[in-house]
Design a protein around this ligand. Structure first.
Ligand SMILES: *[C@@H]1O[C@H](CO)[C@@H](O)[C@H](O)[C@H]1NC(C)=O
Length: 342
């Protein structure tokens, strides 16, 4: 499916909202613009052999150049649950919490203490949550159960502010066993993407299915492009590739795959995470985790409608970073992070 039929609406919408001339269709398709209040990026990741959270600060305002904070030592180590955290995601507060609150959520799994099979039968049904009012002081984590008992695990939680609800939509991947199989010894269904809403990352609504397919899908991340426009990135677990879908009708609108129904971005990858460039209008950076190799590699696109991705310069991008997330940060946060751990 191509999106050309939607372009006139998007052009009008972005021209009205932003009151900017729409010089090219490439820049006009993305309503979220370069932001001069953002002077850098904070990335948080786990490393292959270490299920803890490591912070990386951009070198200046370069979306592809990062240095490890805290001399490369972890900054957050859970003491509850399995004691290991994977797939950390940092979420900037929104709505009444904009600029006042940040959350980090992650998978409760130390694979060194279990097996991949056990981890998907009787894995954790909870997510780790840290919160901060300044991006520096994170306190101790809490572990909150979000999924039903017939699920085998809760993997790769991430969240996005849903402007239509005024709440955070939290999502993750689970697979399910039949109600009669309380030991989860039989064959589960395929991994699906599940979700719940929260206002405070303390209480969550009853979990529901967000995306399901006939074979397993995991590792959803969503990038907001405009008021009602989103791109989502998902790993096809059986094909081991990452694909992108797009909606211009909200998070529960119609999602289609630019480039065609079987298109994908790269194979042999997982843990996709996309973020906007702070300075280059309309440029999206996508991290894909080469989990059998050197971890995250960056890709860029200025045309999501064509689903066309270019291998980015990796000369200043650290290797062996695994599934995590990146947010743009203002000067006071850049300075504070650098002073504390730089
Ligand atoms: C995932 O890949 C398999 C091929 O291995 C394919 O049959 C299936 O349709 C794909 N799923 C999605 C959601 O694209």
């Amino acid at each position: 499916m191509k999106f050309s039929h939607l372009l006139p609406t998007i052009l009008v919408a972005s021209a009205v909202v932003l009151a900017l001339p729409t010089e090219t269709t490439e820049s006009a398709e993305i309503a979220q613009r370069a932001d001069s209040s953002l002077v850098g990026y904070l990335g948080i990741f786990f490393l292959g052999n270490a299920p803890n959270i490591y912070f990386y600060l951009s070198n200046g305002n370069n979306a592809l150049s990062f240095k490890g904070l805290n001399k490369g030592q972890p900054i957050l180590k859970p003491s509850s649950g399995t004691g290991g955290v994977r797939d950390p995601s940092i979420i900037s507060g929104a709505g009444a919490e904009a600029g006042k609150k940040w959350y980090i959520i992650g998978t409760n799994l130390d694979i060194g203490k279990t097996t991949w099979d056990k981890a998907q039968r009787k894995g954790s049904l909870s997510i780790y949550i840290w919160e901060s009012t300044d991006m520096i002081n994170w306190g101790a984590e809490r572990l909150v159960k979000v999924e039903n008992d017939n699920a085998g695990m809760v993997w790769a939680p991430d969240a996005i502010w849903d402007p239509s609800k005024g709440m955070y939509l939290v999502h993750w991947a689970s697979k399910f066993y039949s109600a009669s199989d309380s030991g989860h010894t039989g064959n589960p269904g395929p991994d699906q993407i599940r979700y719940a809403y929260t206002s405070d990352f303390k209480t969550f609504t009853t979990p529901q299915t967000f995306i399901s397919a006939s074979s397993s899908i995991i590792d959803l991340s969503i990038l907001q492009l405009g008021d009602n426009s989103f791109a989502r990135f998902i790993k096809n677990e059986s094909a081991t590739n990452v694909y992108m879908e797009r909606s211009d009708t909200g998070l529960f609108g119609t999602w289609t795959r630019p480039g065609g129904a079987t298109s994908y971005i790269r194979s042999g990858v997982e843990g996709p995470y996309a973020y906007m460039d702070n300075q280059v209008q309309g440029r999206v950076i996508l991290l894909l985790d080469y989990f059998g190799g050197d971890g995250y590699r960056p890709f860029t696109s200025t045309n999501l409608n064509a689903n066309s991705w270019t291998d980015a310069d990796r000369s200043s991008f650290p290797s062996n970073l695994r599934h995590g997330s990146v947010v743009g940060i203002p000067q006071d946060k850049y300075n504070a992070l650098n002073t504390k751990w730089g």
